[in-house]
Design a protein around this ligand. Structure first.
Ligand code: FAD
Ligand code: NAD
Length: 467
């Protein structure tokens, strides 16, 4: 039986990055993956393909709606949807091939197959074809990720009633789509299809979209997305979804209890994801799941078995690729006896709509609930010269700072390139900057980032310059 210093189960962004770090630290490392390609949800059916389609659909929207204002005339504009899907797949293929290269470069043994505990130090790998093998492991990292969740009364069929996975490779451009859930997936994929001309209905149970983010962000984004034609149905409780052959029929009750029905080409169910531990044999090693099906870990991401750690979507916390990566590195460094560090409060969250939404730290609602004394400063992109030049004037930056110390507690951006801009806020908050610190830093002109400086100026006491 081959023996390894470290065996990682699951090759998503958490697992494969952890394997690289393990190899860097001198561990003889094996990576087990049941999927045919490496990269997990993120590279195969998540972050990367969704962003590829978001970029393609944004090009189309700009050509269709904005070029003329810029003085550019386009004739015969059309959509080749199969080509768009094929390009997305090319991006995915190149990206997953890059992970193969990284594994080879770092001397990591990749085993394709389903990994399952035999005992606390033995993992069985069962490939799709051929015989199962067993390997020995001194240390084990569970990085098995998540899968789409549904509602108890909805039968996902991959035909008319679909998840994000199918929504990334539809055979043709739908005329109509209902999306259950106004969260990240619903709004990103809703944007893709609305930009391409699909009539998109977002049906959300709560009274706001992206309800877990700062409420100002949801309001701003909803206003912008309405402009591309997305129809929002908030405070609606979906109660039935059926496949009617060439359509899906969705029924919900609005907040007054009145029944509303949609007959659409597809119903995309985007109500969250759930941890994936099927077939892992956790019972063989006495590892428990919490009430939400997540592998239980301590503050060092260690399970009840001290040599077994778990990270990413399969444990508590935000289901984000960069969170999984940071945890993968943390776990392996901790196994190696180092003293790594992660501040989960400073993991940024991004919604890749346009405008984008990006946030780090506490929301205003959280600060209120925690009874923290805070002050707020905002700056709208309509007052930014750079935003006017690029026709991206929707959105706002909001900085929340402690009322007494001025320390930045949260930064929330709805605006152009918010996903990239949030890095400034993460750096500032990692170094425990005050709003005054950021307000006094020089920001290149003209850039979108000036809006962060202006919001920080506003937070220090009504000192914004351009509003
Ligand atoms: P995963 O990426 O889920 O990888 C787990 C891997 O383990 C899988 O490949 C699985 O096949 C394998 N596996 C499971 N069980 C076994 C087993 N027993 N044996 C062998 N292999 C096994 N996050 C972002 O940060 N930014 C984004 O823009 C973003 N966009 C997204 C868009 C969509 C449509 C979706 C669905 C998700 C998106 N996410 C995004 C979330 C992100 O994909 C996940 O948070 C991330 O992939 C989690 O990484 P992970 O390594 O924990 O697990
Ligand atoms: P989500 O948790 O972001 O949103 C789910 C939404 O569905 C919520 O707004 C919730 O209120 C709503 N909902 C729940 N039950 C409902 C019901 N019965 N009827 C109507 N609405 C209902 O989940 P998601 O959008 O499915 O995404 C899953 C995970 O994938 C998220 O945790 C997210 O972090 C991750 N992801 C991240 C990105 C990104 O980072 N850009 C992109 C896509 C997905």
């Amino acid at each position: 039986m081959d023996k390894y210093d470290l065996v990682v189960i699951g090759a998503g962004p958490g697992g494969y990055v952890a394997a690289i770090r393990g190899a860097q630290l001198g561990f003889k490392t094996a990576l087990i993956e049941k999927r045919g390609t490496l990269g997990g949800t993120c590279l195969n059916v998540g972050c990367i393909p969704s962003k590829a389609l978001l970029d393609s659909s944004e090009h189309y929207l700009k050509a269709n709606k904005e070029f003329e204002t810029h003085g550019i005339k386009v004739g015969g504009l059309d959509i080749d949807f199969p080509r768009m899907i094929a390009r997305k797949q090319e991006v995915v293929d190149q990206t997953v091939a890059g992970v193969d290269y990284l594994m080879e470069k770092n001397g990591i043994t990749v085993l394709h197959g389903m990994g399952a505990f035999v005992d606390a130090h033995t993992i069985e790998v069962t490939p799709t074809e051929g015989a199962a093998t067993q390997i020995g492991a001194d240390r084990i990292l569970i990085a098995t990720g998540s899968e789409p969740a549904s509602l108890p009364f909805i039968a996902l069929d991959g035909d008319r009633i679909i998840t994000s996975t199918e929504a990334l490779e539809l055979p043709q451009l739908p005329k109509t789509m209902a999306i259950i859930g106004g969260g990240v997936i619903g709004l990103e994929l809703g944007s893709v299809y609305a930009r391409l001309g699909t009539e998109v209905h977002v049906i959300e149970y709560q009274d706001a979209i992206i309800p877990t983010m700062d409420r100002t962000m949801g309001k701003e984004l909803q206003r912008s997305m309405k402009k591309i034609g997305v129809k929002f149905h908030l405070s609606h409780g979906v109660k039935e979804v059926t496949n009617a052959g060439d359509q899906a029929v969705v029924k919900a009750d609005d907040k007054k209890g009145k029944e509303v029905t949609w007959e659409v080409d597809y119903c995309l169910v985007a109500v969250g994801r759930k941890p994936y531990t099927l077939g892992l044999g956790l019972d063989k090693v006495g590892l428990a799941l919490d009430e939400r099906g997540r592998v239980e870990v301590d503050a060092h991401l260690r399970t009840a078995q001290p040599h077994v750690y778990a990270i990413g979507d399969v444990v508590k916390g935000a289901m984000l690729a960069h969170k999984a990566e940071e945890e993968g590195i943390y776990a392996v460094e901790h196994m190696a006896g180092q003293k790594p560090h992660i501040d989960h409060n400073l993991i940024p969250g991004v919604v890749y709509t346009w405008p984008e939404v990006a946030a780090v730290g506490r929301t205003e609602e959280q600060l209120k609930a925690e009874g923290v004394a805070y002050k707020t400063g905002s700056f709208p992109f309509k007052a930014s010269g750079r935003a006017r030049a690029s026709m991206d004037t929707d959105g706002v930056v909001k900085v929340l700072a402690h009322a007494d110390t001025d320390e930045i507690l949260g930064v929330h951006i709805c605006g152009p390139r918010a996903a990239d801009m949030i890095a400034e806020a993460v750096v500032a908050m990692e170094f425990r900057a005050s709003a005054e610190d950021v307000a006094r830093m020089s920001h290149a002109h003209p850039t979108f980032t000036e809006a962060i400086k202006e919001a920080a100026l506003a937070a220090t006491g009504d000192r914004a310059l351009h509003i």
